[in-house]
Ligand binder design. Sequence first.
Ligand code: IMP
Ligand code: MG
Length: 171
Amino acid sequence: MKKIKKLFKESEINKRVKELSNELYSEYGSEKVVFVCTLKGAVFFACDLLKKYKGEARLEFLRASSYKGKKSTGKIELNLSISKENIEGEHVIIIEDIVDTGNTLKFLKEYIGGMNPKSVKIITLLDKKARREVDIDADYCGFEIDDLFVVGYGLDYDQKYRNLPYIGVIE
Ligand code: IMP
Ligand code: MG
């Protein structure tokens, strides 16, 4: 295993996830929310966020991929879809691990938006704003980061390192 330099330790992530969860609850209150977790990267974040969320929540999953190794291809594929009946007329929050070029998010927002939700917002754990290629932003963000390739807490490099409890950079 390569050496990983810590960027956000477990306790920092925990604290920030708790804050985000409270922020969502204060916004949505007693209304039902359908959380759409994007596989695989956002799964750790989604579990922690939802365990801390006090409102009525449903959980759906979808999977889109664009990455081969460290390079984005820009072309998005949907590998696992959601049925419209779970989205139509609902408040939806898409849970992402990281927004990089923004291509995935744009694709997902259009895909979910096409199912006629009552509202759709995006929460991402990490945001690399400097790398954006398309004009899209998350509504809620855990941490903004520089143009670094990060792993851990669900994020992978060629499917490795997802299980690290912290977020780090491969040295
Ligand atoms: P985008 O379409 O370029 O915004 O890419 C978004 C997706 O690329 C994310 O959901 C991740 O799966 C992956 N990705 C982007 N940057 C990183 C990174 O630093 N580490 C791990 N995966 C990343
Ligand atoms: Mg992803």
